[in-house]
Design a protein around this ligand. Sequence first.
Ligand code: ARG
Length: 460
Amino acid sequence: SETKMWGGRFAAKTAASVEDYTSSQQYDRALYAEDISGSIAHAHMMAKQGVLTAEEAETLVNGLNSVREEIESGVFVWKKELEDVHMNIEARLTEIVGPLGGKLHTGRSRNDQVALDFRLHVTRRMREWQHLLAHLVESIVARADENRSVILPGCTHMQPAQPVSLAHHLLAYAQMFRRDSERAADCEKRANVSPLGAAALAGTTYAFEPSAVAEELGMNGVFANSMDAVSDRDFVVEAVFTGSMVMAHLSRLCEEIILWSNPAFGFIKLPDAFATGSSIMPQKKNPDVAELMRGKTGRVYGALNTLMTLIKGLPLAYNRDMQEDKEPFFDADRTVRASVSIMADMMAELGFDAERMRAACARGYLNATELADYLASKGLPFRQAHHVTGNAVGYAEKQGKGLEDLTLEELREFSELIEADVFEALAYETAVARRETSGGTGPNSVSRQISDLREWLGQY
Ligand code: ARG
């Protein structure tokens, strides 16, 4: 068949259904910019090595730049029968520059070409993710900074545990997103390695200089093994794992936003711009953005599962199965970028209700640990102090009171060690203020966390 670049050994035409089934140009055209810069670097390197003349390389590079302009201005005609982005671009280049276009693919295979394009693309996205995540961290740190003196019940098992500052609670999320950003940076390092020169699988007989291509493209290095270079998709899996972790963290935050906006908690007011109403219940203000984000976590996990299943059991080296690596990445990338950026915007506008949070601290004996520590500080072994405090909680609960609402006389029924200074220890603000060990909820520890995060943000 004449129309196919690989048609030399074929006598009959490809079935139309097969053309549809095998075509990837409808989505891998997203790699056009990387494909063109990769080809330009390849042409430059071939001229340097004397495989092309300087004039030939210049003609090819000019042609490739024209193709880029055609694509960007929307006049480029994508053809399904040309399968993918690589052959669509090369075919158009050959129309523009003539038979010389056929020299571009010297010593190259689509196998190393697609790996290069996708590596460049994932690298670019991992850089964007780092910036988006840094922006989210910045937005959280700003809210933490404003809310240093607000306290709320910290929970374990979703039950009231000990009071913490709202700043501290929010900063826990800032730490998660900082780690995610670092994960994206780490993934970027391994993705940004050039496979060009691996050719189909075995390397090439031309005197090529893969490091010149890598250098022109701003990559960290070159492949060590040609078979690995064309068949490794670890970098995509790592990127989508990183995205899955981002979504896991977002969905935990979303869950808290959803709970906290329920009037039973009443800890936050959703900004109108980030909530929706009900078509039947006029009073409703629903946290749909947080719910959808929690839901979209599933599709990113799905992409990760697709990729892990895709690479399982593939023999060396390239297999066409690998073409299925792109859509899951593109979908996960779109979801992660939109989610991180919307969360940063929503975080900036969440209305925190400090009074409701403070009032909630008085329910659930969040200062019981303080009484036990108080008794321990007076010399009672902690296990005994725990038991005595438990008795006091049981008594207070029967009275429908908090520990701090009992009289000194009532408290002294449980231990003679209790004196008037107990009320200072039982204050919720004191419980927060006294936890100044490194990484604790105390105000100085929170200040240190904020300045450490701001220092880290300085690089973005
Ligand atoms: N579209 C293919 C992909 O995405 C490019 C490589 C095809 N190579 C081949 N020998 N069929 O994986």
